[in-house]
Design a protein around this ligand. Structure first.
Ligand code: ADP
Length: 398
């Protein structure tokens, strides 16, 4: 069975085609700069052949059409017929309270997704557009929606209610939803497998540290808390997002700068985080380079990033009444040896001892604590696309 996975953004469409017999990736890439100048599709097939096709791509429909043509190409394609594809799985960022698991998409569900779209105005509309275009171009293929918020729907009310008037929640849906759920679910489960312990008996803290970053507390296989909130802005310091701040700063700075709510929102989402504090870049590697050259703001940005993760580990250990494993994933979690070491430094009181040699690794599954460490830390590369493909296969098979 072959499954196409689509992650449709406002100007890009990431895709992967899986052969589910052995879960191998037959082809993957990105359609980029849709509706802008210099649009192109990058494509890599399972034989390691990589190509880029530059072409005007004015909208998502043209983008998906080009993707289909590429997959079917006689020279470098991997399909003879689109009928070989059984179903399409879509990443959807916000499922609100309507979706606590993956679903087979019909018109009614598209309408529900549109209804909750105001909670994720940047993400959901392009996700929905991707779904509609695939429905149009591949009308006989089942389309499945997999939601970033779904894994966190098990949080107890005390973890998801904000201490605001309760009617904000009842009337407007203002509550913690959490994101990166597909990743937190995948890496926590994988950690249990690597530790050879039952998932249903473990207390795991998962740290998804990429450009967007979040922490989750996973107790007995269920998310019980997570750092992102109503939107992906809350929690950790991120590439360009501020994470937790005193909410009173918002009206204070809006008055000082005489700016609108939208402008303040842009500053907190796009001009803050590693980028805002360092003044250098949102990319942690650039910030690390600047810090190594003695740039004070870059040093502070990195310290702040690691310190915030450490604080959440402390909080979630308390919330779960202990911790068995701490998992690192995504760009920084998988690759930054220094960041992992700094985050875990001083957690000996929990019973955690870092194995420096083991921690000297990138992008591979690895336990990075010593044999006698009571609490384990691990690196587990995330694979959200595979989870989407698995969910899609399960739904269309049943
Ligand atoms: P996104 O949230 O966009 O999916 P990623 O998971 O790709 O983000 O993470 C991007 C971050 O990971 C960037 O800050 C980047 O610097 C960092 N990163 C990626 N590769 C490395 C590496 N080899 N060493 C250190 N940091 C890395």
């Amino acid at each position: 069975m072959k499954i196409l996975v689509i992650n449709s953004g406002s100007s890009s469409i990431k895709y992967q085609l899986f052969n589910m017999e052995d879960e191998s990736v037959l082809a993957k890439g990105v359609v980029e700069r849709i509706g802008i100048d210099d649009s192109f599709i990058s494509y890599e097939n399972g034989n390691g052949q990589e190509i880029t096709i530059e072409k005007d791509i004015s909208d998502h429909k043209e983008g998906i059409r080009l993707l289909i043509d590429t997959l079917l190409n006689e020279d470098y394609g991997v399909l003879n017929d689109m009928d070989d594809v059984e179903a399409v799985g879509h990443r959807v960022v916000h499922g609100a309270e309507e979706f606590s698991g993956s679903v087979l998409i019909d018109d009614k569900l598209v309408k529900t997704m549109e209804d909750v779209a105001d909670l994720a105005p940047l993400h959901n509309p392009p996700n929905i557009m991707g779904i509609k275009v695939c429905q149009e171009l591949m009308p006989d293929k089942p389309q499945v929606g997999v939601f970033d918020t779904a894994f966190h729907q098990t949080m107890p009310e005390k973890a998801y209610i904000y201490a605001l008037p309760y009617e904000f929640y009842k009337k407007y849906g203002v509550r913690r939803y959490g994101f990166h759920g597909t990743s937190h679910g995948y890496v926590s489960k994988r950690a249990a497998e690597l530790l050879d312990k039952p998932y249903s008996e473990l207390k795991i803290i998962t740290c998804h540290l990429g450009n967007g970053a979040s922490v989750a507390a996973v107790k007995n296989g269920k998310s019980v808390d997570t750092s992102m909130g109503l939107t992906p802005l809350e929690g950790l310091v991120m590439g360009t997002r501020c994470g937790d701040i005193d909410p009173a700063i918002v009206p204070f700075m809006m008055n000082k700068l005489d700016i609108s709510a939208e402008e303040m929102d842009t500053i907190m989402n796009k001009e803050s985080g590693l980028y805002g504090v360092s003044g250098v870049s949102n990319d942690s590697r650039d910030v690390e380079d600047a810090a190594a050259e003695g740039n004070h703001q870059a040093e502070v940005a990195l310290e702040l990033f690691d310190y915030r993760v450490k604080k959440y580990i402390g909080a979630y250990t308390a919330a779960m009444g202990g911790v068995d494993a701490i998992v690192f994933t995504a760009g920084i979690g998988e690759n930054s040896i220094d960041s992992r070491e700094n985050i875990l430094e001083g957690l000996e009181y929990l019973g955690l001892k870092v194995d420096k040699e083991a921690n000297n690794c990138r992008s591979k599954e690895q336990i990075i604590t010593t044999e006698d460490s009571r609490v384990k830390a691990l690196v587990v590369p995330t694979n959200e696309e595979l989870v989407i493909a698995r969910d899609t296969m399960e739904i269309v098979s049943s």
